[in-house]
Design a protein. Sequence first.
Length: 218
Amino acid sequence: MIREFSSADVMFIVLAVRWTLILSAVAFLGGALGGLLVALARTSGRAPLRRAAAGFIQLFQGTPLLMQLFLVYFGLAVIGLPIDPLVAAAAALTLHASAYLGEIWRGSIEAVPSGQTEAATALALSYPHRMRHVVLPQAMRVATAPTVGFLVQLIKGTSLASIIGFTEVTRAGQIVNNATFQPFLVFGTVAALYFVLCWPLSLAARRLEARMRLAITR
């Protein structure tokens, strides 16, 4: 039975924001850890590690996120390991984020002047100490703006988790639309919520990028 789009429907969609934020936070934190490992492997002096990290990046950057969600959720079920939609979405998005953040941070590490690494080597600092005390602190400044920009893309990417039944903002909108058949109002509300979540982060990324360019020109 078709009914009107009500304030209760709006509240249902708004409350689903918490699941979007939870999924985004889990995927970003997991992706940050994985991305750091990938970036360090990509810039290490060991060829097998570099090749393995490059293969990982090519795999997850070269395939659609939707397919990755399908493979994790339905693939595990096929082999007799059913998985909760939240866990499946978090796992797929974490792997996705690891590949992209790893490449972003690899570029940031390589952007640090080679003279810094040479000076640290001359001081007899080991590789872990060179990365921790010399390279990574400088690379973080370069990586901040693109990392925040990627977080915006990750938040929007969580909408694909609706395809495996995870009830975040987009899925909540689909449920309400199926009952009201008012897609303009329903998905207009969904779009407004994504804008509220992502616009401040996009603005912060632009400001950080502008600040970094200013610091470089000085």
